[in-house]
Design a binder for this molecule. Structure first.
Ligand SMILES: Cc1ncc(C[n+]2csc(CCOP(=O)(O)OP(=O)(O)O)c2C)c(N)n1
Length: 642
């Protein structure tokens, strides 16, 4: 008899016998696969956490106890058990469930999250608040070995070990970040796993080791010591040294074991770390065999799971460009904070392994490693998503820009990103980077322009940010020598117009050209540099056109439109300027093109702005289209969709 059918909320789970829980886990796993096959999403991480999810909901009452999932991408099972099963097929879609834990979605989601390494600090805060108010709920943080590489997580551990609140930290160790996890801690964690394996093997049959894996067998005496250290407070375990009680490692797919340890730990004072070992993608063959590909899946047929080849995208174009640049210049390096695949760097990492550094989920470290390389005359390119660069703003200012160092920031996923939603939107970087002295910023309209910007940036030096969106793009062939350099700060007139100029950047250029059509009154400019702007061209447009419209897939506050408005004001140029872009609101997951239009900066939004300036097209009136400025939707329109 199926059990999951009758579990709508965790209290239904808690009514079952413990012996039934493995079956619940099996059904939950199938349901996670089904949901991901319909909507795509973080399959492998969620599969690896299924038994843990069942065990946690069996023991804890998440309507009061706080379970803080790090990153929040492994929560598909948790969502299914907490009243959201029927909506799982909508995950990451317009108006559907979020792909990450999101407090506004459910009381069972303790923290809205999407960026890594925040769970420990947030849990510490919650535990402190609980103790200050004399409450007695439990606080449990669940953090992966990948997220543990982040400085924020490690710094929080340091504080937790000092303050010692009662809390449980579950280290979900699957040896993977999105790609293989990196760093010294990773090696230490695997040592613990090997030791544990020995301990178990010794309990069973010593002979099992002999001849199976000789190098491991030689570790035998060390393993014996390690076995003694299990639960031993005198051990030299680094978590213990930081003031935490360390337990493990245990099998994170064994529900009775999980329950046994969690129940014991729950009664203990102070912070305890339970180290569990899991397998990413567990129970679904393709995902177990290739957890990198199935970390984030697009839709698939669960009976014949194959990954569709993805179209050539901006990230691939960057990877190709940077590989070619590094082929010809042995001072070019690429630094990534744990995003080898996402940033298009797989081929580069193979072609130039000595000049490829994955620092783990540590954006701050990535930027300052770049600074160090630049200080010694190397040419670092820090490849980073717009949203994650937020983590390293101080390093950009303090370590790179103040010294005017030659660091190129290759910023991927600029603009609205789609399914990942509010936590991942790349819509602030122009605003915060523009305020930084010495920083130069460009956004290419196509791959050729990206190649040119990268090449020019490396030659000019200084801190230079080049940003591009998510999505498909047409490749551009040719050797590095054939890539034309660009005058940094030069705009490009794509279409002449007699009355109004639309200044658009990146993705929005297509909308601007579509809105302008063949109307001789409307011009379109590729405003590809926002720092510096093309002051000469801007001035001439301001003097010769009766209005300007800026368009960007970025927050209006501080973006291209703001830069243009500031420049016009500073120069005393009095020309009407309509600024289209993202108003001062948060934008959830959804289809970017629909969202661009809903927020007023798609083709229709630009047409509406043109109409408000008196540029009507034949048929506008007949079609009953208003000529007044179209009101831009407030945040609620999109947020309500959540
Ligand atoms: C600050 C930040 N940088 C990068 C990412 C992209 N990212 C999402 S999940 C992930 C790997 C997390 O690994 P781990 O914590 O071990 O969880 P697993 O997926 O292995 O279960 C990364 C790098 C992120 N979410 N946040």
């Amino acid at each position: 008899m199926a059990l999951l059918e009758d579990i709508r909320f965790p209290q239904d789970l808690r009514r079952l016998n413990r012996e039934d829980l493995p079956q619940v886990a099996a059904e939950l796993r199938a349901e996670v696969v089904r949901a991901c096959s319909i909507a795509g999403g973080h399959l492998a991480s969620s599969l690896g956490a299924v038994e843990l999810t069942v065990a946690l909901h069996y023991l804890y009452d998440t309507s009061r106890d706080r379970i803080v999932w790090d990153v929040g991408h492994q929560t598909y099972g948790h969502k299914i058990l907490t009243g959201r099963r029927e909506r799982m097929g909508t995950i990451r879609m317009d108006g559907g469930l979020a792909g990450f834990a999101t407090s506004s979605e459910s009381v069972h989601d303790a923290l809205t999250v999407g960026h890594a390494s925040t769970s420990l600090a947030a849990s510490l805060g919650m535990a402190l608040a609980r103790d200050a108010r004399g409450d007695d709920y439990d606080v449990v943080a669940v953090i992966g070995d990948g997220a543990l590489t982040g400085g924020m997580a490690l710094a929080a551990l340091n504080q937790i070990g000092h303050v010692k609140p009662r809390m449980t930290i579950i280290l979900n160790d699957n040896e993977m970040s999105i790609s293989e996890n990196v760093g010294a801690l990773k090696h230490y964690l695997s040592t613990l796993q090997v030791q544990r394996w020995f301990q178990q093997a010794e309990k069973g049959s010593k002979e099992a080791l002999t001849g199976v894996w000789e190098p491991l067998a030689e570790l035998g005496s060390r393993a014996k010591k390690a076995a003694r250290r299990f639960f031993d407070p005198a051990s030299n375990n680094p978590f213990h040294a930081m003031g935490l009680r360390y337990v493990g490692p245990i099998d994170g797919h064994n529900i009775p074991q999980l329950l046994y340890y969690l129940e014991h730990i729950r009664r203990l004072d102070g912070p305890t770390m339970l180290h569990i070992v899991t397998r990413k993608g567990k129970g679904y063959e393709v995902a177990e065999n290739d957890p990198i590909t199935w970390h984030g899946a697009s839709t698939f047929d669960p009976d014949h799971p194959v990954v569709e080849g993805k179209a050539y995208g901006w990230s691939n174009a960057f990877g190709d460009a940077v590989t070619a640049l590094a082929d010809g210049d042995d001072r070019v390096w690429v630094v990534t904070p744990a995003m080898r695949e996402g940033s298009g760097l797989v081929e580069y990492s193979k072609a130039h392994p000595d000049r490829f550094i994955d620092v783990g989920i540590a954006e701050d470290v990535a930027v300052t490693v770049g600074a160090g390389l630049a200080l010694r005359g190397e040419k670092p390119i820090v490849a980073i998503y717009s949203t994650f660069l937020q983590r390293a703003f101080d390093q950009v200012v303090h370590d790179v820009a103040l010294e005017n160092l030659d660091v190129v920031f290759a910023i991927d996923r600029a603009g609205l990103v789609g399914g990942d939603g509010a936590t991942h939107q790349g819509i602030y970087d122009m605003a915060y980077l523009r305020s930084v002295p010495n920083m130069a910023i460009g956004m290419p309209k196509d791959v050729r322009e990206m190649q040119s910007m990268l090449k020019t940036a490396l030659r000019l030096g200084g801190p230079r940010a080049i940003r591009w969106p998510r999505g498909a793009v047409t490749a551009a062939a040719g050797s590095v020598e054939s890539w034309p350099e660009l005058a940094w700060g030069s705009w490009e007139i794509l279409k002449e117009g007699s009355e109004v100029s639309v200044l658009a950047i990146g993705t929005t250029l297509g909308y601007a050209l579509a809105a302008a059509g063949d109307d001789p009154r409307v011009g379109v400019v590729n405003a590809r540099f926002v720092k510096p702007l093309d002051y000469a061209l801007l001035e001439s447009l301001a003097r010769t056109k009766r209005a300007l419209i800026s368009v960007e897939d970025h927050t209006i506050v501080g973006g291209l439109g703001s830069a243009v408005a500031e420049a016009l004001a500073d120069a005393g140029l009095d020309v009407p300027l309509r600024r289209l872009g993202i108003p001062d609101v948060t934008v959830p997951h959804g289809t970017p093109e629909k969202q661009h239009e809903a927020l007023g900066y798609g083709t229709e939004g630009i047409r509406a702005a043109l109409r408000s300036l008196g540029i009507t097209r034949p048929g506008d009136a007949a079609a009953g289209v208003e000529t007044a400025d179209r009101e831009r939707p407030e945040t609620s329109v999109l947020n309500a969709a959540k």
